[in-house]
Design a protein around this ligand. Structure first.
Ligand code: DLL
Length: 432
């Protein structure tokens, strides 16, 4: 049930003391070894010896993606390259790549934290775990792989793609846990149907999904189609990769590995802390990373802390599923809209396929949004009148959810490109 109960169920007071000690040593390390931070601390006349409480972190500057780019490739490393045993990189969808590094201890910590996430979701050494995340510079494949080996599960490092083969292997090797992005889980489920494979005949019990935002409605869909317990897990390469936070079997928010990361939720405009339990941008400080420590990294991910204790007994604070990135937020006629809100509605409507895309264009200086929705064959080939009714129905439901009207277009099954990894939900033609 727990991987490290002595940590995961620690008394709050002890946890905060540990966080403070680890924060102090992290600040000392970056202040002495990373010129970028040394300079920032000097400019601010910040004396890291004076840090006496966790709240003192608010005196520190934020670190942004741009800082990683301008110190490309190794400028922010806190150890010499000979002590780095691994590098990963996030290409991002825009701009230059960023590079992150791990010492031998960092890899151990990482495996351990992913071990916690896997255990919380129900995986044990008796499981056969199929890792359908890409292996490579992306942290998903290797991160989950090392964690799964660490807890003694049997790992199938199949990587992403070749969906029919995934299903064949799942049948032959008796996979019990599937690890991939939630959108790829749906692609696998649909391909199973096409192949006439009944998921109930498989050994699959758990699905650990992460790497991209997904709605509760999508979780239900995956659960129903694959007959598994689907949990969410979160992380980002800048602070480690997967293993930052993950859901337990309560499926109600992600436990943060707080002994290794200090999380804040701030207002993305004022950069001040939001009121407890309010939504804002997640800011993360690493507390144990050796090779690549990060101070107050602005993730751009929006979420909130859940303040209620969790029945599972873990004392580590939970965060709600990430609703989206501030840079994915659409402003339509002045209203803020996240793709996940559109997803929620589409998943609730009968006859739509769980595949959609949002197109944003600019016409006469105003943003125009159209939602392309795949519908099952019988609806697509139905008479015009019925199609029209379907479009009106979706439009009305979207308007009720979002508070503004958007255009809806029905498209045939398989029109929208399937993704093996992170799916691209929004096509922004304004920037082209
Ligand atoms: O996606 C790390 C990861 C891999 C986490 C596999 C979980 C499982 P990056 O490629 O650096 O790292 O992308 C990080 O992906 O800032 C979020 O915007 C998004 N993201 C990751 N997990 C979730 C999630 C990995 N569970 C970026 N829910 C993050 C919502 C997520 N968004």
């Amino acid at each position: 049930m727990y991987w490290e109960p002595e940590r995961e169920c620690m008394a709050r007071e002890d946890l905060e003391q540990l966080q403070l000690e680890r924060l102090q040593s992290t600040l000392y390390r970056v202040g002495t070894h990373v010129p970028f931070y040394r300079k920032k601390f000097e400019e601010l006349k910040f004396n890291y010896d004076a840090v006496r409480s966790l709240d003192d972190i608010r005196q520190l500057p934020f670190t942004e993606k741009e800082d990683l780019r301008s110190n490309y490739p190794y400028g922010l490393f806190a150890v010499p390259l000979r002590d780095v045993v691994r590098v990963h990189s996030s290409s991002g969808t825009t701009g230059l790549a960023t590079v992150v590094g791990y010492s031998r201890n960092d890899i151990k910590t990482w495996s351990n934290l992913v071990g916690r996430v896997l255990t919380a979701a129900g995986v044990t050494r008796n499981d056969v775990i199929q890792i359908a995340f890409g292996y490579g510079l992306f942290t998903g494949g290797f991160g989950l792989h090392y964690g799964a080996e660490h807890i003694g599960a049997s790992v199938i490092p199949i990587s992403a793609g070749n969906t029919k083969r995934q299903i064949q292997i799942m049948q032959d090797f008796k996979t019990t846990a599937l690890v991939c992005t939630p959108s790829y889980a749906l692609v696998i489920a649909d391909t199973m149907m096409e192949m006439g494979v009944n998921p109930n005949g498989l050994s699959l019990r758990f699905g650990l999904f992460g790497g991209e935002p997904w709605s509760e409605a999508m979780r239900q869909e995956v659960h129903e189609k694959l007959g598994i317990l689907a949990t969410d897990n979160y992380g980002l390469s800048e602070v480690m990769g997967p293993g930052v936070a993950g859901e337990c079997q309560e499926c109600n928010g992600l436990h943060i590995n707080e002994d290794h990361f200090l999380l804040e939720v701030v207002d993305p405009i004022t950069l001040e802390p939001v009121a407890p339990g309010e939504v804002g941008e997640l800011v993360i400080t690493t507390l144990t990373k050796e090779a690549f420590p990060m101070i107050r990294y602005r993730t751009r991910d929006l979420t909130r802390f859940l303040l209620e204790p969790c029945p599972c007994g873990r004392t580590m604070k939970r965060m709600e599923r990430v609703i989206g990135r501030s840079d994915d937020m659409l402003i339509i006629k002045g209203v803020n809209v996240f793709p996940i809100q559109i997803e929620k509605v589409l998943f609730e409507i009968k006859g739509t396929e769980p595949h959609y895309q949002i197109i944003v264009e600019r016409e006469n200086h105003t943003d125009k949004v159209s939602v392309l929705v795949e519908v099952s064959e019988n609806i697509f080939f139905d008479e015009m009148k019925k199609q029209r009714q379907m479009v009106d129905h979706i439009k009305a439901r979207l308007a009720a959810e979002l508070g503004i009207g958007v255009d809806v277009k029905l498209v045939e099954e398989k029109t929208i490109e399937r993704s093996m990894g992170k799916s691209k939900r929004v096509i922004d033609k304004r920037k082209l």
